[in-house]
Ligand binder design. Structure first.
Ligand SMILES: Nc1ncnc2c1ncn2[C@@H]1O[C@H](COP(=O)(O)OP(=O)(O)O)[C@@H](O)[C@H]1O
Ligand SMILES: [Mg+2]
Length: 306
């Protein structure tokens, strides 16, 4: 049977007149990675802070390992690790000494070899004996993650952990988070980047303005959405447009000098290509640009990036 590690039930948060979170519900099973996706100000950090009781909620309930966090706070938090705010670290101590310190604070027996394993996992072997004040942002981030996972939590909560990491660091983070889930750890991670979440998560919760827009597995949300924006590079775009419009009703079609961009079911790309060839339209390129989820999400985030 699958075990539910985290259950977030109907969380609402109001500050004064403002509703920051509106009826947020989702759950995470053992070994699952759930991505909380939303643009800046959507309510990600507030949600994560409420889960670990760093911020109070107006209504709703949180269960970690079936324990109500409000009724049994200490018990429920025993198996949670996370970085939500910048982790506190001692700059004048080495990374290693910081980890030893946190291992002691966590009240769990953690052996030297376990610490070394975690250090290796986050790729800090070379710098672990240097003072933390000499670390780059990415290195501090990785030390923070090492700290969060050192007591082998059953639930790991990470608020936008890839901020400040380079592509290599992001790749490494992804692979060791996946590695952690193999040992049964469940992960709740937030991000404003769909592309990042797509590669890492099993499930997604998309929030905007404190409300859930969509919840589902990556398959349901991303891969199964067959509609794609497809760009055909052709010698005769207006003829190409006619051909496509004659094949099926299309919602969106855009013609440029050598390009036709259209939203179609990806299963129909071959058919379109065939019809082009039959009608003397020469195709020199076919690029699938984005699926509908990406498009929706980009619409949401456009405000931020522009
Ligand atoms: N203490 C607070 N007082 C008033 N508004 C807040 C407070 N904390 C967060 N907010 C507002 O709540 C919304 C969600 O913020 P946050 O959870 O930090 O979003 P995210 O992490 O997705 O960027 C934002 O509009 C933010 O301005
Ligand atoms: Mg945030």
């Amino acid at each position: 049977m699958t075990r539910t590690i985290l259950e977030v039930k109907n969380i609402t948060k109001k500050i004064g007149e403002k509703t920051i979170l509106n009826d947020i519900s989702f759950s995470i099973n053992e070994g699952e990675i759930l991505g909380l996706l939303g643009k800046n100000g959507a309510g990600k950090t507030t949600t994560l802070k409420i889960i670990v009781s760093l911020v109070s909620k107006t209504s709703g309930a949180i269960y970690i390992n079936n324990i109500n966090t409000e009724k049994q706070f200490i018990e429920s938090m025993k198996h949670v690790g996370g970085i939500i705010e910048n982790p506190e670290m001692y700059g004048y101590l080495s990374g290693y000494k910081n980890l030893i310190h946190f291992a002691r604070m966590s009240n769990c027996k953690i052996s030297k070899s376990e610490i070394e394993k975690v250090v290796k996992l986050v790729g800090l072997e070379a710098a672990i004996n240097k003072k933390v004040k000499t670390y780059s942002l990415g290195m501090k981030q990785r030390l923070g993650i090492a700290q969060a996972i050192i007591h082998k939590p059953s639930l790991l909560i990470l608020d936008e952990p890839t901020n400040g990491l380079d592509p290599q660091g992001i790749y490494q983070l992804r692979s060791y988070l996946k590695e952690l889930t193999k040992q049964g750890t469940s992960i709740l991670i937030s991000s404003h980047l769909l592309s990042e979440m797509q590669l890492l998560c099993d499930k997604l919760v998309i929030i905007d303005n404190g409300k859930i827009l969509k919840t589902g597995s990556i398959d349901e949300l991303v891969n199964a959405s067959a509609e794609n924006v497809v760009e055909f590079t052709v010698n005769n775009p207006s003829k190409a447009k006619e051909i496509i419009a004659g094949l099926f009703p299309v919602k969106k079609i855009n013609v440029e000098e050598y390009k036709v961009t259209v939203k179609i079911d990806s299963n129909n790309i071959a058919l379109v290509n065939q019809e082009f060839v039959k009608n003397g339209v020469i195709v020199t390129g076919i690029v699938t640009k984005q699926n509908s989820l990406e498009e929706q999400f980009l619409d949401l985030t456009r405000e931020v990036s522009s």
